[in-house]
Design a protein around this ligand. Sequence first.
Ligand code: TGC
Ligand code: FAD
Length: 390
Amino acid sequence: MLDYVALEADLDAEQRLIRDTAREFVDEEVRPTIGEYFEAGEFPEALVTAMGDLDFYAPNLDWGDLPGIDERAYGVLMQELEAGDSAVRSMASVQGALVMYPIDRFGTDEQRERWLPGLASGETVGCFGLTEPDHGSNPAGMETVASPDADGYRLSGTKTWITNAPIADVALVWAKVEDDSDGGSPDDVRGFLVETDRDGIETPAIDGKLSMRASSTGQVELSEVWVPEGNVLSVEGMKGPLACLNQARYGIAWGAVGAARDCFETARAYATDREQFGGPIARFQLQQEKLAEMATRITTAQLLAHRLSALKERGDLRPQQVSMAKRNNVRMAREVAGTAREMLGGNGITTDYPPMRHRANMETVYTYEGTHDIHSLILGADLTGIEAFE
Ligand code: TGC
Ligand code: FAD
């Protein structure tokens, strides 16, 4: 397994155990069938509780029975899961970083006790509704509203492109509390935990995806859905959802390395095995240059991910540094997957081998959690002091 500058030699016993557990899970539970699920356009639902049994959901949180593992161990877990498929890492990211993290950070004791155990075990599935049909890169413009009503709120609006929505028991919906004084300011944004069996909520699937096919994606349509005050998180403004994105983007920066590594290992094995012109194609300098370039780019992305974990562990990680890693590592994985696909010739376009599936998935990963362009602008603003979003 590619670890060219021996970063894994520095893993402690717990980090190694998590790596090995996740690798074994991916080898036994994901690899044998993920191509079929990808073709069928379904998430392998048996994995939802299997991943809960192995503590794959928010193991870096320190509440109740959650293991409270360190940030490097969490990153290594995301890397191993995405080596299987981005849909599997997405399942863990959404459940852990986008639903459990905000409940832990912004919730009341009552909300934590009500939701976290079920989400940790996978008995309860969550989704995170921020994006809307007319507000993707600019979620602050959201139109979903929450009108105060009878000790609670009535929510109306549509969230789209929501991972897990069709299979979710609870949706964390970000909406603006209606306030006539300012016409809907981002400061009015609040997070609402909406059970999906409430009257007025629908979660239809989005079909026709050519990327992230093994993940369930849908909409959350809300028509005057009432939720009690006790379902509202204690955070106001865009820093609520953006803080969650920061956690998930950290996991993606690690996960992309896993997907790229899987492509590299597949291409290396194929090149040493496949014979043309009387010998293995790995003897051709053109193929060796591709492997050298892939290995170098994966290694530099690994270094960035490991450095991020050290900064996060000591509380010094800035969101802009996460943006740099998400942007770099996902672009790297997208390009490495393309090169690996190419090295497999015709076989490379099938689901018998992972590169094409990873490449297709990376089109989504390049776009969600802030597009590549948006992370360029976040870095541009940080480097110049001048925002260029509008
Ligand atoms: P801005 O005015 O800059 O900031 C508003 C407040 O938020 C704070 N903040 C952050 N806090 C934590 N982490 C971050 N990354 C933060 N970025 C900003 C900021 O300090 C401020 O706090 P305060 O106290 O002053 O109020 O925010 P803006 O609305 O102008 O944002 C600009 C922009 C473009 C960067 C932001 O909107 C953005 O990141 N857009 C991209 C949208 C996006 O990433 N959507 C993702 C949807 S979820 C998803 O894709 C899940 S896929 C999951 C899966 O399947 O794995
Ligand atoms: P747009 O914002 O319309 O962008 C279109 C293009 O314009 C992009 O290339 C973009 O980079 C570019 N662009 C936009 N603004 C600028 C600018 N200021 N300067 C330069 N270029 C710009 N969202 C959730 O809330 N929860 C989820 O669970 C979730 N899961 C997803 C799962 C999948 C499979 C997919 C595909 C998306 C998911 N998303 C989710 C939504 C995702 O976060 C958005 O697709 C993403 O934020 C981009 O928004 P958009 O698609 O509306 O594109």
